[in-house]
Design a protein around this ligand. Sequence first.
Ligand code: 0L1
Ligand code: MG
Length: 261
Amino acid sequence: MSSDQINKIACYLLNGEYEKREVVKVTSSIKQDLTLEEAYLVQEEIVRRKLSEGKKIIGPKMGLTSYAKMKQMGVETPIYGYVFDYMLINNGGQLKLSELIHPKVEAEIAFIMGEDVEGPGITGVQVLAATEYVIPALEIIDSRYEKFNFTLPDVVADNASTSRVVFGTTLKKPDWIELDLVGAIITINGEIKGLGAGAAVLGHPANSIAMLANMLAKKGKKIKKGDIILSGGITEAVTLQRGDNVTGKFDSLGEVTFTVV
Ligand code: 0L1
Ligand code: MG
């Protein structure tokens, strides 16, 4: 794919994000035969542009990590994207609907890395040894595509639908808890809307971070000390509406909340 085409698709998706409007998926508009490899080149261009605008990376993230979601989408591989500083919302803060398109929320466990982790061949056990703390998180995804309708290359190019993140404030050493058994529920206005356990994430959330290290290695990249990494949705993604009071309750890891205004 030419650099002109990479730039054109990156610009198309960034305009969708910054102008808060849906776009037709790339594989039905600009490039029908977009491959997964090419999609990551578009994602890299989007990341490069955000960095050049002064935005800072908080860490990479994993997406499509539950077998149920992979099956639903007819895909066999999880994907990664990047979380930036401008996406962060304080715990207890407000999500402004006017800044987004059609957001959904999912409960996740985030890893604060105490050491670099460089693949290939990384295992979940190695990830746990390199993790400083785990914290609870609510990720707000906001695909730039109409009705969240996309193929795997489309969603990779769109930085894995990444949009906003609320991190909780309970820090736990990863060896204090069995992360696969950590239960999480999402309530909206007091009603349970999603639930699951850490094992929904590739059997154990640390496996997801290991897979990330191994995927990054194919690009000559690594997980870095200080990265805060979302390991993937424990619950399904729940659509948000103005006025929603959203709480993620995590066994052993406390609560994360925000309000949609
Ligand atoms: O974080 C995620 O799992 C999102 C991946 C993209 C899939 C979606 O937008 O539903
Ligand atoms: Mg997610």
